[in-house]
Ligand binder design. Sequence first.
Ligand code: FES
Length: 487
Amino acid sequence: MPAMAHYLPVSRVARLVGQSRSAIQRMIHDGELSTFDGMVDMNELLRVFPGVQWEDDGEYKRVEEIKAKAFGKRVFERTLPDKAVLAERLYELGKEFAAAKSLLLHYDEVFRFLGDKLDDVTETGGAATVDAVAGLKHWLKRELEAAPSEAERAEALLAQESVMRIMSVQVTVQPSGHEFFVEGNDTLLEAALRAGIPLDYGCSNGNCGECKARLLSGQVKKVHPHDFVLKDVEKENGAILLCSYTPITDVVLEAHVAGADDIPEQEIPTKVKVVELLNDQLAALHLTAPRSKRLRFLAGQHVTLSADGAEGEYYVASCPCEDRHIEVHVRRDNRGFSRKVFDGLRKEDGVSLLGPRGQFVMKLDSRRSLIFVAWEESFAPIKSLVQHAMSLETADSMHLYWVAGEAGHYQDNLCRAWADALDNFTYQALSIEPGAATVAEGILAHHPDLSHIDIYAAGPAAFLKALEAGALARGLSPLGWHGEIVL
Ligand code: FES
């Protein structure tokens, strides 16, 4: 007898079986895992992942072990939800269990009643009826007493999923369909940005109203007191501020996902965190934006930095998901802002930032595999894009090629660490020596069919031209080409 139907969202399935969301989506696409209304039945999950062993006993102690195993890396490193949020989530889960228990008690009553009815039939029926009823009662008894197949694994899966729902809840954004988890004490806005989903926002503190969204289902709790910008009639229609609320249950929101044209140019007074020498010729300048004025940007964009009258234009190398941290790569040059970075800037010095600008950004609705190509120091925007793609977790696979000469592969270890950590990520460090056309051919030779790929490439015009022409000849859709001639 199968376990009771219980449906799980795809993102949670991915977490439960320890695979990426894109891997699960690929299984659904290939027909290996079936869904109902975008949800996965628990029995289907048990069938498709027979090798995955959830803990085999439902006692609290065992659940604690499951919890530690499931969340050891993901949640316990971060802050846990506060007591009030935990209490509300437990209460919601308690209500669900109470409803399930009451349903079971009702079924029990119905079965008792059925037994009495069958006894009545036996008393008034003939020999054939008595035999038939006895057979039916025997079958019913056997079925009710038999443990459902896979009962232990199903119980452990339910326990693990329940703990997961207490510790982190899932948010689905409509109409884009993006999904993300909210963990710890994050607001909806903080969690969305951490997951690489650029929802609309402004002040981050409840004053401007630009993060207004509509709650379509689920429950939220106000964690910051400010939501005065919302009118009562808006609140009655489900309006919430993403920067002031955290979810209690899984929620569905109607919210706008911003593109490059939606993000205004901002002027931000940042502070130097550290100047990190990458080699003789390059430095990574790490800046921190004020808590009240974070930089809103998309991976792949660039900004103007200035200090004491010296100015320079740089691609942001960090991910928008890194909150207040901004990283740029600066080449040594005895002039302007570069000179300031190598000779003068110290921790806590002020650097003024103006931006962002640029259209070399991630196509958020694509689920295709990604090829990233960086030429020399154009690694900076590519690094930001790679990290953005990682936090989005939607690409089937990612392949990074870094072509370098004199400057070297100055963050080679980081790229190798990505390849080591992710099953669906490959990295190749290439030399500039053979020349633009040959290097482009060499990269494309690894990908004979580019019909389901997006390419993000940054470098000099000649190299991009060769790469684009070769890629289109191998079936790349013109919409899949994203090239940036470096500044
Ligand atoms: S970002 Fe300004 S109110 Fe939320």
